[in-house]
Design a protein around this ligand. Structure first.
Ligand SMILES: Cc1ncc(COP(=O)(O)O)c(C=O)c1O
Length: 443
C-alpha cells in the first residue's frame, strides 16, 4: 500500500528547501522530528480541503476499514466525537428529533459536544454497575427506552470498548436502532484494531453507522491520530459533510507528523498486522490464564487489554505502584481495577517483566461490589450550565449545588456528575470513592 503523505515529507526534506514558511523551527532538529514537520506547502494538500496526497491516503484508510468514508483527525477521537454528533444532528434521518440517547459512561468530549451543539441527552443507565467506567446496555433496556420516547433520537451513542475493555453487543443494538429509524454512533476510541481480527469485531462491521477510533491508542500512530468512519449504511449526507464537520472542531494547522503517522500505519495494517495481532491476542490469552492460575482475578475485556481486579484491601493504584517499581507502567488504575493495554509492539520481554512484577496473589477477593452511578436531577441544560459563571468548591461541600464542568480525573475522563445536574448524595459518594477533591459548580 502506498504512503503518499510520508513520501512527500521525505522528498520535501530531502530537497533541502530554504523554508520561508511555518513552522518556526524551519526543519532544524530540536526534538529531532522537526525536519518532517511541515505546513500546507505546495503539493502537501490540506486536511480539510483534501484533493491530493491526503485524499489519497484517506482513500487507503477507507479501503482498509471497508467504510463508506474514513477521514483523518489529528486531534484525537475528541475531535471526531464532536464531528460525529454534529453529523448525527444535522443529517438526521427524517422523523427523528434532535436529541441523543447515550449510555452514561461517555468520555467528557461528549459532554463538551452537547454544550457546543446544545442538544439534550436521554441517558441509558446500567441495570447493574461495578465501575464508573462501565455501562452495559442490554437490548431490552435500549428497546424499552426507544419505545417510550415520543420520537426516535437523532442517534444512539455508545462507548465500546469502555475503559475496562467491556464491549457492547453492537450487532443487536444496531438492529434495534435501525428498527426505530435512528442511527448508531459508537465511540470506539479504544478499538481501532478490532477491524483486523478474524472475524472483524469493529463496530462498523457489526452495524454501526458512525464511529470514531483513536488510532493512537491501539495502533502505532502518534498521539492525536484518529479516524472518523462513516458506515456504508449511514445517510449519504453524513459522508458528504464529514470533512466540514471535522473542520468545524479542528485547528487550521493540523499536524503533518500525525497525518504522516496515520499514512504509514495504512501500510503497516495492510502487511502482516492481522497475523501479528492474532499472535498477540493468543499471547495475552495465555498470560491471562497464567495470572488466573496465580490467584489474580482477570476481568473479561476486549482482546488487547488486560484488566485485573484488585484483591480486597489491595487497591489497583497500589498494584500500579508495585508494577512501577519493577519498571512496568500501566494504562489506568483505580481502587478496583488495574488496566494494561497491549499491542504487537510489546515484546516477549515486556510480558515476562509484567508476569514477574505481578507474581502470585495471595490476597483474597471479596464479591464485586455494586457501585450505582449518580442519577442527578437535571436542573439546567448542559450548555446553559457549562457557559454559566462557576466556582470551584471542595467536593464535600457540593451537595445540592448544580454541576458546572464535568469534573473528572483523566483517565478515564468519565463524568460522575454532568453539567446542569444537581449533585446528590450518590455523586458525593462517588467523588469520595474516586478521590475527586474539588468540583466546579454554578455560582
Ligand atoms: C472512551 C474514550 N473516548 C474518547 C477519548 C478521547 O480520545 P482522544 O484522546 O483520542 O481524543 C478517550 C480518551 O482516552 C476515551 O477513553
Amino acid at each position: 500500500m502506498d504512503t503518499p503523505i510520508y513520501d512527500f515529507l521525505r522528498r520535501y526534506n530531502g530537497a533541502d528547501m530554504a523554508r520561508f514558511h511555518m513552522p518556526g523551527h524551519k526543519g532544524r532538529p530540536f526534538l529531532g522530528c522537526e525536519p518532517l514537520d511541515i505546513t500546507e506547502v505546495h503539493g502537501a494538500d490540506a486536511l480539510y480541503e483534501a484533493d491530493g496526497i491526503i485524499a489519497q491516503s484517506e482513500a487507503n484508510a477507507t479501503a482498509l476499514f471497508g467504510s463508506r468514508r474514513t477521514l483523518y483527525s489529528t486531534e484525537g477521537s475528541s475531535q471526531c466525537i464532536r464531528a460525529m454528533l454534529y453529523l448525527a444532528l444535522t443529517c438526521r434521518p427524517s422523523g427523528t428529533a434532535p436529541f441523543i440517547v447515550a449510555a452514561r459512561n461517555v468520555h467528557k468530549a461528549f459532554v463538551y459536544a452537547a454544550a457546543l451543539l446544545d442538544f439534550e441527552v436521554v441517558w441509558l443507565w446500567p441495570e447493574e454497575s461495578s465501575s464508573l467506567c462501565a455501562c452495559p446496555v442490554s437490548p431490552e433496556n435500549l428497546e424499552k427506552t426507544l419505545a417510550a420516547l415520543p420520537a426516535p433520537p437523532a442517534a444512539v451513542y455508545l462507548t465500546s470498548p469502555d475503559y475496562l475493555g467491556g464491549m457492547a453487543d453492537i450487532a443487536t443494538l444496531a438492529k434495534i436502532c435501525h428498527a426505530h429509524g435512528t442511527v448508531l454512533a459508537v465511540d470506539n476510541a479504544h478499538g481501532a484494531y478490532l477491524r483486523f481480527l478474524s472475524p472483524s469485531r469493529h463496530p462498523l462491521d457489526l452495524g454501526a453507522d458512525l464511529c470514531c477510533d483513536s488510532a493512537h491508542k491501539t495502533l502505532p500512530v502518534l498521539t492525536g491520530g484518529a479516524y472518523l468512519h462513516i458506515g456504508k449504511c449511514a445517510p449519504a449526507a453524513m459522508a458528504e459533510r464529514a470533512k466540514s464537520a471535522l473542520a468545524l472542531f479542528g485547528s487550521t494547522s493540523p499536524s503533518y507528523l500525525t497525518m504522516a503517522s496515520l499514512d504509514l500505519c495504512n501500510r503497516y495494517l495492510a502487511e502482516d498486522y492481522p497475523t501479528r495481532l492474532a499472535e498477540t491476542v493468543q499471547r495475552l490469552f495465555a498470560l491471562r490464564e497464567t495470572l488466573t492460575a496465580r490467584g489474580w482475578r482477570v476481568e473479561d475485556s476486549d482482546p488487547l487489554r488486560l484488566t485485573i481486579a484488585a484483591p480486597a484491601g489491595f487497591p489497583g493504584t497500589a498494584l500500579a505502584d508495585r508494577l512501577r517499581q519493577s519498571g512496568v507502567e500501566c494504562e489506568y488504575a483505580d481502587r478496583d481495577f488495574l488496566v494494561l493495554m497491549v499491542t504487537p509492539e510489546n515484546t516477549p520481554a515486556d510480558f515476562d517483566r509484567l508476569l514477574a512484577a505481578l507474581g502470585e496473589n495471595r490476597t483474597p477477593y471479596t464479591l464485586p461490589m455494586s457501585l450505582p452511578l449518580a442519577q442527578g436531577k437535571r436542573a439546567w441544560s448542559i450548555r446553559e450550565a457549562l457557559f454559566a459563571p462557576q466556582e470551584t468548591v471542595p467536593a464535600e461541600k457540593a451537595l445540592g449545588r448544580v454541576c458546572g464542568a464535568p469534573t473528572v480525573a483523566c483517565p478515564p475522563a468519565i463524568p460522575i456528575a454532568v453539567s446542569g445536574e444537581v449533585i446528590g448524595p450518590e455523586a458525593l459518594a462517588l467523588f469520595r470513592y474516586y478521590g475527586v477533591e474539588t468540583v466546579d459548580v454554578l455560582k
